[in-house]
Structure formats: structure tokens, C-alpha cells
Design a protein around this ligand. Sequence first.
Ligand code: NAD
Length: 338
Amino acid sequence: MRLLVTGGVGFIGSAFIRRCASAGDFEISIIDKLSYAADKRRLEEYLPGVEFYKADLAERADIEEIIKRARPDVIVHFAAETHVDRSILYPDQFFKANITGTANLLAAALQSSVKKFVHVSTDEVYGDLPADKSVKFTEASPFRPNSPYSASKAGADLIVRAYQKTYGLPALILRPSNNYGPWQFPEKLIPLTIAKALMGEKIPVYGKGRNVRTWLFVEDCAEAILLAMERGGAGEVYNIGSDEEKVNIDVVKGILDLLGKGHGLIEFVPDRLAHDFRYALDSSKIRNELGWRTKNDFATGLEKTVRWYADNRDWLFAKKAEIEGFLKDLKARFAEKA
Ligand SMILES: NC(=O)c1ccc[n+]([C@@H]2O[C@H](COP(=O)([O-])OP(=O)(O)OC[C@H]3O[C@@H](n4cnc5c(N)ncnc54)[C@H](O)[C@@H]3O)[C@@H](O)[C@H]2O)c1
């Protein structure tokens, strides 16, 4: 099967390709614009067997040309700008990459004979929830995105739906919750906390750290995407989440405990604008229909993750150094608005 993966050298895309490489007979191509978040080292041992196209999905003609050449049976679309804080500072970049980019890819896919189009959306399209644990988002929950990132992903998600309904493109949509694991760029909570803890630096925690996230180990997410690609029907939507709701401050303390560092490193900082309070997904559909189960509970996944970063601290520290200026800028801009 010819498989085209967009955003294939990003965090989740690369985990998905590693999973596919061990699953069987795929001829894999990647489209990735190699943004700051990309890193080919995530796939070092696999890239020799992969057709790599450096291209920006916002460039329609380039994408059409690549799809004609690669003739994929299946497209799995991960490529996106993904960091909520960056979307607050530079919203237009998110609308261009995530909305225009997705629309271009869909148009090119429609012209080709693609048999399945798997769109990786996000749980953030639903907006946020109150603390009441009995309330969760189902696939039928309305969209109420609160950040430019989630709004751009909601736009993309709806355009995929429209291509399926209007033109019969065999598309399905996946909405995963917060992923974590090896190789994640250290602007996201878990790897940033590990990096700062290992370096003995203060760890910024928004507000009082009371926000709740449902954490999903990246290998479990890759497994769900593979299952949905193989067995999910056109027009279907699947939430992908564990049931492991964690308060951010407890996640940070858990990492410090694993590294043997004191909680005194925690520093509360002014809250992110429109910071979503709680995300929680009802993922019974993918469990019941496709038989998906997580293999890593949060304690196991976090331990593996912390160990991986501690063993790969050169990569982690180099990535953190690349974004030092951005992190300072962000702190100043949010402090101004607080
Ligand atoms: N990380 C999470 O917790 C999470 C949770 C739910 C959903 N998602 C979704 O999963 C997907 C992958 O997330 P991730 O964390 O791996 O992201 P990432 O930021 O690590 O990687 C994104 C990749 O897409 C590429 N890219 C970005 N814009 C592009 C463009 N215009 N053209 C071509 N390539 C482009 C980047 O170069 C990068 O390699 C995204 O669509 C994201 O919205 C992520």
C-alpha cells in the first residue's frame, strides 16, 4: 500500500511512521515543510526507505505535483502548526498552514485516486469543560474552539467533513487528546518541564496549575491512528483519549519526583490568554468499534518519557536552546496582558 504522511517528521507523525514500518508492507512518502518543530532525526533509521518531499501545504501547485507523483492509496494528514502559545502570538501562520494547507491537500487528494484520507484533528476543537468529571466530549459535541490554534484546527476539520459529504472523498477524522512521549519538542508542558528540571531552572506553570488534561502516550495514539486507517469507515469521526485526567501541577510534581528534584523549582506565571480549563474525551466509540486499547497508563508512560529525555538530554537541551528567545518573548507578552 502506498502511504503518504504529511508532517511525517513531526512528533506524532514520526511515531506513526515508526509504527507503520514495524506493521508491514507500506511504501511510505512524507510531505513536510521542515518547520522549527520538524526533525529528521526522529526517523533516522527509517528515512532511507522513505520518499521525502520538502514542501509547504500552503503552496497548492507543489502539493498537486507531489500527489500526482506519489500516487498514494492512503493519505494521513498530521502537518500543522501546533503550539497554542505561538498561535496567540502569530495567528495568521496558523490559519495559513492549518486551514489553507488542509484545503489544498484535500483538493489534490480529490483529483487523485486516493482510497482513504485520514485527518488528524484534535480534541481542542470542542473547547473546554468545567471540573465536573461526569461531563466529557463525544464525537457529536459542538465545536467551541477558544484559541487561534484550535479555531484553525476546527476549520480544517470542517473542511474535511465538507469534502467527504459534498464530493464523496473517503475521509475520516480523528480527534486525539494531549500526546506526550519521546521526541516531543520542548515547548510543550512535559518535555519543557523535564528540560528545565534537568538544568535546575525554574519551571513556569500557568495560573495555579489547576488546568486538567487527558494524557495519551504517543505510541498508543499511533496505534489508534493505524487501526482507524485500516478499519475506520469514510465519514466516521473518532475521539482518541485515555481516561487519565491529570491536573497540570500534579504532572509537573510527578516529573520532579521522578528526577529527584524539589518542588521549589515550580514558578507560577500569569495565565495563558483564554486558557482552556479542562479537556476530557469519551473514547468509547474507537474502543467498541475498532477494539483500540491504551497499552501505557500515565505512570508507565511518564516514567518511559522521563527516562528517554534523561538519556537523550543533548537533543533536548539543543532544542530548548533553539527556542530560548521565543520563550522569553512569550513570557514578556503574556505578562504585559496579565
Ligand atoms: N501533540 C499533541 O498533543 C496533539 C494532540 C491532538 C492532535 N494533534 C494534532 O496532531 C498533528 C501532529 O501534531 P504534532 O504534535 O506531531 O505536531 P508537530 O508540531 O510536532 O509536527 C508538525 C509537523 O508538520 C510540519 N508542518 C507544519 N506546517 C506545515 C505545512 N504548511 N506544510 C508541510 N508541513 C508542515 C512541521 O514541519 C512538523 O514536522 C497536528 O495536526 C496536531 O494538531 C496533536
